[in-house]
Design a protein. Structure first.
Length: 327
């Protein structure tokens, strides 16, 4: 069937661009759905601008994106309804709202960040060719998408780059020279979502004394020459062990480093014939809770005074309850 918009050439340029945009947004949405990410790609520019600015106003967003004021207001309302952004009134001007990303928004951002990188690189590769005009470039781009959808291309690119990176990750036992990385990665994670509590500081600032020398273990994920993730098995007063201090560098999210560390910890604990492991978390970290459950952790009652104020869920892994993670 003849493409009537193609036949219109430059006269149909606006309509061609709109059709291409709708087609690409549909595929991007499908990519998010593939990874169980509930996010509207049309909200990306506003969401990303707030992330980059940390705090910003409606006027600044409108100036930066050059969208209409109603479009900005509608986008912000959708992000608010999903709990991804929140606002506070400007102390010097009560008519002005200052928007910032919520903890839930930050968690979603970390999950989407590796995908954004794959999307960006994939589209760059897909559009890197010469054409005699803009309409010809659009036509050639559409032909490529007709041969293989943008969704398929992004998923294939992301899988390939992820697998390559994962193959280069090694899990190493703690060495004194890793102490600074252990503290840095965990402080970075805590400050992003919560705050560094006294018990955290005690474990992180003197990890050899408070963990290693007290029958505990620390493992570090290494990618090339960098420590990009950590996990610890911390002996508790009752003699059992807590799986904690799991942190992964934000720039290396999406490589399943956290899962590799957890699997290593579970295998190590089983080799020691331990009966169980417990962990403390926060229900706000929905993706982390999902992973814990996937690996076989079950929720158990929380004690009256848990070691971390941020904890509102306690989970346990029993080594006589084997599961298939599907990985």
């Amino acid at each position: 069937m003849k493409d009537e918009l193609q036949r219109l050439q430059e006269l149909g340029l606006g309509s061609r661009l709109n059709r291409l945009s709708v087609h690409m947004m549909k595929d991007i949405r499908a990519v998010y759905e593939h990874f169980d990410i509930d996010f509207d790609p049309f909200l990306f520019p506003i969401f990303k601008m707030i992330i980059d600015a940390e705090k910003t106003t409606t006027t600044a967003i409108q100036d930066g994106l050059q969208y209409t004021q109603p479009a900005i207001t509608q986008g912000l309302k959708k992000l608010e309804d999903k709990g991804l952004v929140a606002f506070e009134m400007d102390k010097s001007d009560k008519r002005k709202k200052i928007f910032a990303i919520t903890a839930k928004g930050k968690a979603l951002h970390l999950k989407m960040k590796p995908l954004w990188k794959s999307m960006d690189n994939c589209v760059k590769e897909l559009t890197h060719f010469s054409a005699s005009s803009l309409t010809q470039h659009i036509f050639d781009f559409e032909q490529r998408l007709a041969q293989k959808s943008l969704k398929e291309r992004i998923l294939a690119y992301h899988q390939k780059t992820t697998q390559i990176a994962m193959q280069n990750v090694t899990i190493e036992n703690f060495k004194p020279e890793y102490a600074k990385d252990f503290a840095r990665l965990n402080v970075e994670w805590l400050e992003k979502y919560f705050e560094v509590e006294p018990h955290d500081a005690e474990l992180l600032e003197r990890c050899e004394e408070t963990i290693i020398n007290k029958n505990g273990y620390i493992f570090c994920a290494k990618l090339e020459n960098d420590i990009v993730g950590t996990a610890a098995l911390i002996q508790m007063p009752n003699g059992g062990y807590e799986l904690g201090k799991m942190a992964v560098s934000p720039k290396n999210q999406g490589l399943k480093i956290g899962q590799q560390l957890m699997r290593h910890c579970l295998d190590f604990a089983e080799s020691k014939n331990w009966k169980n492991l417990i962990l403390y978390s926060n229900r706000m970290l929905e993706n982390a809770i999902y992973i814990y459950k996937k690996y076989g952790f079950k929720e158990i009652p929380m004690e009256e005074n848990p070691p971390y104020e941020r904890s509102n869920i306690k989970m346990e892994y029993r080594f006589n309850a084997k599961i298939d993670t599907g990985l």
